[in-house]
Write a protein that binds this ligand. Structure first.
Ligand code: SAH
Length: 346
């Protein structure tokens, strides 16, 4: 029988686990604090538990571990990219970016992805499996154990978090918990390629979590060419889900818009984008697309990037042009994992 993975349990569930083990309920809170506040990796560190209880926990439960396979650092901007391996041998990658106000960690929510966006490396081999809430947490805790608390978390690594919705919500509940890591909702950003139904479900929860939507193209036909999800939820459906979200939460949505030469960077694309933004409380984040091996794509030159930005600005759209971090270390989604798999195959 496999051991109970304690890191995946909410405090209430942990109380049930302890009761089943014939222990007092209040032990759950102590263990929860050890796991999420102090982020220990062994039962022997849980000094307020008796030795027999620690032994019992060791024999029937586990604190899962991840292995750091490789760390790459961009010495110019401090960006770090970690390649992790989970117990079953699957790889996931996590990026830590350093900003003036503190560091931000970009975590993966799935191994691979089934959304099929043509510009993205994560989706090349399809979806292998979902990550559990514990596996999402571990990507952050491992970094915090090494270099201290992070300021914010973005779920923008490999995978589509809204395609792994229940574990994503469990992750939020765990990292948010006042007796746990206690990371405020406003310090969390979730990014989706546009699963409209889930955007509405998420809106109903009325959290303070920031929502980013990967738009990339505001012309339906053209968007469907680069993002298969657009065939399931067209732009009209997506926009109305976004309107619903804004009306429920009163929060601004960030639209991510990748600038891909000849595919999304024309002035007619900018016009469509302006039209899409009309009536939405939003901000556009322009991202010069990163090149990905096997994908024939590149970002337009700087001049064109700024022309696109200025055009939106003139139309009164709040917009920023993201500076690219981690350029020297393949920090675009899915790139490091893909390389590792290729190395392993040889
Ligand atoms: N599935 C979610 C979250 C993961 S992707 C989503 O689609 O939002 C995180 C962001 O990286 C998305 O905006 C995605 O479109 C973008 N992205 C993917 N490949 C990229 C590349 N090659 N260069 C720049 N951004 C990329």
């Amino acid at each position: 029988m496999s051991k109970i993975n304690l890191l995946n349990y909410t405090l209430m569930e942990l109380e049930d686990v302890l009761t089943e083990l014939g222990e007092k309920k209040f032990r759950a809170l102590q263990i929860f604090e050890w796991l999420h506040q102090k982020q220990v990796t062994s039962f022997d560190e849980m000094s307020n538990l008796s030795k027999p209880l620690r032994e019992k926990l060791k024999s029937q439960t586990q604190i899962p571990q991840i292995e750091v396979v490789r760390t790459q650092t961009d010495h110019q901007d401090g960006t770090q990219k970690m390649l992790y391996r989970f117990g079953d041998g699957e790889y996931a990658e996590t990026v830590k970016m350093v900003y003036e106000h503190g560091s931000s960690v970009c975590i993966s929510s799935q191994i691979g992805c089934r959304m099929g966006c043509t510009f993205c490396a994560s989706t090349l081999g399809g979806l292998n499996r979902n990550l559990s809430a514990a596996e999402m947490l571990m990507q952050i805790y491992e970094i915090e154990r090494n270099s201290g608390p992070v300021h914010s978390v973005v779920i923008m690594g490999m995978g589509e978090p809204f395609d792994n919705y229940s574990e994503f919500l469990r992750f939020v509940e765990l990292i948010n918990h006042p007796h746990g890591r206690n990371l405020g909702s406003r310090h969390i950003t979730v990014s989706t390629c546009g699963l409209a139904d889930k955007i509405k479900e998420f809106a109903d929860l009325k959290t303070q979590i920031n929502l980013a939507v990967s738009l990339h193209q505001a012309r339906q036909e053209k968007r469907a060419e680069i993002m298969p999800i657009a065939r399931k939820y067209d732009l009209e459906t997506l926009k109305s889900a976004c309107q619903y979200y804004i009306s429920k939460t009163n929060r601004r949505i960030t639209f991510e818009y990748g600038l891909i030469e000849n595919k999304t960077d024309q002035m007619v694309d900018a016009d469509a984008l302006i039209g899409f933004c009309k009536g939405l409380l939003c901000h556009i984040n322009l991202i010069p697309i990163n090149p990905v091996a096997d994908r024939n794509q590149k970002a337009p030159d700087k001049k064109r990037q700024y022309a696109f930005k200025n055009y939106l600005e003139k139309a009164g759209i709040p917009v920023s042009l993201r500076r690219t971090l981690g350029k020297n270390i393949d920090a675009a989604c899915g790139q490091l994992r893909k390389k590792e798999e290729e190395i392993c195959k040889q």
